[in-house]
Design a protein around this ligand. Structure first.
Ligand code: ZN
Length: 187
């Protein structure tokens, strides 16, 4: 038996579906960035609200990412085309190597200007987007973002399991992350 109700935590609206399950789960859903929470029947609403509060930064990041993706791609400036082509070439070399290592398969990738992120992965379509801004960064940082997005095909969330894969497959990812985001911890 499922029942869904609407709730609000400050500016975050979310639907809450009660199900037979063990843990609270939260998703941000494209194209509108709706927040969908599911929780076991026995968990009190106050506990659900605490859970949403804890995840609020993550929620806002994902909503920004979805908004970014949903905006139509502007006509590329001509001088960016060589950069984009070079980056695509590099990614097309790296992708099969990492797909093999991680035992995943992306449906494809694209390179475009992104406002808030270095990359994103649509886990449903398995398509990876990489920010054109990576073309101006050291080559191993492009590789790092690609690996991060591919690991999302193994684990969608930024949780212990996700970082466990990162540690396993790219043990120095934290150093790369710091170089790419000197002031922020967000990817
Ligand atoms: Zn991520």
């Amino acid at each position: 038996m499922h029942s869904t109700t609407q709730h609000k935590y400050f500016d975050i609206n979310f639907s809450l579906t009660r199900k037979r399950m063990k843990n609270i789960r939260l998703r941000v859903v494209a194209p509108k960035g709706e927040v969908k929470v599911s929780a076991p029947h026995r968990v009190q609403l106050s506990v659900v609200l605490d859970f949403v509060a804890e995840k609020q930064n993550w929620i806002r990041q994902h909503q920004a990412q979805i908004k970014d993706l949903m905006q139509a791609e502007p006509t590329p400036e001509p001088d960016l085309e060589p950069l984009r082509a070079a980056m695509k070439q590099r990614v097309s070399e790296l992708l099969p190597v990492w797909e093999q290592r991680l035992q995943v398969k992306a449906s494809g990738f694209g390179v475009r200007k992104m406002k808030t992120r270095w990359g994103s992965c649509n886990v449903r379509s398995k398509k990876i987007w990489l920010s054109l801004a990576l073309a101006a960064k050291e080559p191993d940082l492009l590789e790092y973002v690609l690996v991060h997005e591919l690991v999302h095909l193994l684990e969608t969330g930024h949780n212990a399991r996700f970082y466990g894969f990162m540690d396993e497959y790219m043990p120095d990812w934290r150093e790369k992350h710091k170089r790419l985001n000197p002031r922020s911890r967000v990817l």
